[in-house]
Design a protein around this ligand. Structure first.
Ligand code: PEP
Ligand code: MN
Length: 338
């Protein structure tokens, strides 16, 4: 950390900063200029609380030199991490499209969904059994019964399953049903207790971006999972809140190259919750793949008009199939496969 003292800071104030740095087990280096004294804190600066340093008398400002996240940072891990989901690689050359309904509804709907997801060429399936709904009076998901329906339908077609965990008390049940990828939704990106718990297991985790989260907050949320020992983390950009109301959220495509620079972990995009309309999904998906995303999380329903949740943004089976064909062309230009 670099600490810049105010012009005219006293020797006593400089000593105070040096003493504080020492208290945290770091060394200091004091450099006296003609107008300003600059103090360098040498050692693991993550131990230093920047706000506490800034509050010391005579300190003008301070800045961290290294990133506050460590395990997820590319700085310490140059190679791309490929997350293995029951033998399916996510983060390598092959792009993965995770297709499926917003929510698990009935055994028939799940059976048809799995059939169409497989037929379109997707290797993984999504579906929510526990739904984070804005209103407590709308469909909340089928719960454990939904996990059962999902597991059976997906197993029939050999598709690993991705489903959202909202409550830490359901984690054991998720493990019982051998959920292949645990999704942490937007509304829980900073539910630190939940993040710590999924950090203690070794199941892959899709960490969606909080709807108003900065890139740095998102990386730190992933660091919570990684710090517990689980490094199988996949970032998912799903659109952020802005002043715009035409679409559900604004897809932040910029997050793809930025995350690729900052972290070695895979990055996927959810075009469905970003646009909020099925007709926007193909364009947003094309942009995501062109920007370098490692995969997509796309909502598809056998009969969108009948969907119990997010009907407006679900592709129909034909549209998913066509999208896959289109994306193959874009992937090929980039030297990737789907
Ligand atoms: C979902 O993927 O089902 C979902 C609820 O998404 P988000 O957390 O991005 O709103
Ligand atoms: Mn949805």
């Amino acid at each position: 950390m670099i600490i810049v003292m105010e012009n005219g800071a006293s020797e006593e104030q400089i000593d105070g900063v040096v003493k504080k740095i020492k208290e945290f087990g770091l060394e200091s280096n004091v450099s006296r200029g003609t107008e300003r004294t600059v103090i360098g804190a040498i050692g693991d600066e993550r131990k230093l609380d920047q706000e506490m340093i800034d509050a010391l008398p005579g300190v003008e400002n301070s800045m961290h030199v290294v990133k506050p996240y460590k395990i997820v940072a590319r700085e310490w891990h140059k190679e791309n991490t490929v997350v293995n989901i029951k033998g399916i690689p996510l983060g390598g050359n092959q792009i993965q499209v995770i297709g499926g309904p917003c929510s698990v509804e009935t055994p028939e709907q799940m059976e048809l969904s799995a059939k169409y997801v497989k037929a379109a060429g997707c290797r993984l399936m999504r579906g929510g059994a526990f739904k984070p709904r804005t209103s407590p009076y709308t469909f909340q998901g089928k719960g454990v019964e939904g996990l059962d329906m999902f597991r059976k339908a997906a197993d029939k077609y050999g598709l690993p399953i991705v489903t959202e965990l909202m409550d830490v008390r359901m984690l054991d049940t998720f493990l019982e049903y051998d959920v292949d990828v645990i999704q942490i939704g937007t509304r829980n990106m900073q539910n630190f207790d939940l993040l710590k718990e999924v950090g203690r297991i070794n199941k892959p985790v899709i960490l969606k971006r909080g709807m108003s989260a900065t890139i740095s907050e998102w990386l730190m949320a992933a660091e919570y999972i990684a710090a517990g020992g689980n490094h199988n983390i996949i970032f998912c950009e799903r659109g952020i809140r802005t002043f715009e109301t035409y679409y559900r959220n604004v897809l932040d495509v910029t997050a793809v190259p930025v995350l690729k620079k900052e972290t070695h972990l895979p990055v996927i995009i959810d075009p469905s919750h970003a646009g909020g309309k099925a007709w926007m999904v193909p364009a947003l998906s094309r942009a995501a793949i062109a920007a370098g995303a490692d995969g997509l999380l796309v909502e598809m329903h056998p009969n969108p008009c009948e969907a119990w949740c997010d009907a407006d943004q679900a592709l129909n089976p034909e549209e998913l199939k066509n999208l896959m064909v289109e994306l193959k062309g874009i992937a090929a230009v980039l030297g990737r496969s789907i």
